[in-house]
Design a protein around this ligand. Structure first.
Ligand code: SAM
Length: 248
């Protein structure tokens, strides 16, 4: 069928590719890849010889026109990213939006995604959650984002890099308090998969004990705000004090 297929790929363990993903990747006439060389290795592992084209953050909008032309010509097309589900902290949003606006079908395949996979093993509430992508690199931007989430009643999921995780955790401790529980899921589906949950102050100490603990890809999950038993943020206390002064 003529459509743009959104195809998730493994986030570490190649056995996580689905039967349907392989079928679609074989049958389409073109696979749009975030990085053709990176995905080329995956495709050669599975014996997929379909033609590829690069579609990344910098050319996605221009490429959309080319892709829509191909759909018009009756070609089925797949989109993959380097790992996991396209569009989830990966390119694809502009393409999907333009393809839909042009009246073509977009078919999403289910498959690997670090955020939901990590959440399911975290022990944090999974009934409601928010996905926040990557925190800003600069301290000010990071604390602003976290400040806006201090009272968030849902589990918060972030993507993290090994270089920044300690800075991010320090910001979490500063803004939300050292007692806030954080779960770090590292190298999911790979040999050194580790899922560790502690109050953020203790988690920082635990990570500093061994450099290996901050290596690899990781998902950071912050426990929801709970009014009871939680240390009240400093500026909330100040506001309360001020309000009390006004009371009779
Ligand atoms: N689209 C991907 C997905 O569906 O999960 C995410 C792409 S994003 C550019 C890469 C980030 O995903 C990493 O920095 C890390 O936070 C997370 N990630 C990817 N693979 C992971 C893994 N095996 N274990 C833990 N986190 C992972």
């Amino acid at each position: 069928e003529v459509a743009l297929y959104i195809v998730p790929t493994p986030i570490g363990n190649l056995a996580d590719i689905t039967h349907r993903a392989l079928q679609v990747l074989e049958q389409v006439s073109l696979i749009c890849c975030e990085d053709t060389r990176h995905s080329g290795k995956l495709f050669s592992h599975f014996g997929i010889t379909t033609r590829t084209m690069s579609v990344h953050d910098h050319n996605e909008r221009q490429r959309a026109g080319t892709i829509i032309n191909k759909l018009q010509a009756g070609e089925a097309i797949a989109l993959v990213s380097d790992a996991g589900t396209p569009l989830i902290s990966d390119p694809g949003y502009h393409l999907v939006s333009q393809v839909r606006d042009a009246g073509f079908t977009v078919v999403p395949l289910p498959g690997p995604c670090a955020a939901t996979t990590a959440l399911c093993a975290s022990g944090l509430p999974s009934d409601r959650f928010t996905f926040e992508g990557f925190l800003p690199a600069k301290a000010k931007g990071r604390t602003d984002v976290l400040q806006a989430l201090v009272q968030e009643p849902r589990t918060m999921i972030f993507y993290e890099s090994p270089r920044r995780v300690l800075d991010s955790l320090a910001s979490v401790a500063e803004v939300m308090g050292a007692e806030r529980k954080v779960v770090l899921a590292r190298e999911i589906t790979k040999s050194f998969e580790t899922i560790k949950g502690l109050p953020v102050g203790e988690l920082i100490e635990w990570l500093k004990e061994d450099d290996n603990r901050t290596r690899g890809e990781m998902v950071m999950m912050i426990a929801p705000f709970r009014a009871d038993g939680e240390t009240i943020p400093a500026d909330a206390l100040r506001t309360t004090e001020l309000l009390c002064q006004e009371l009779p």
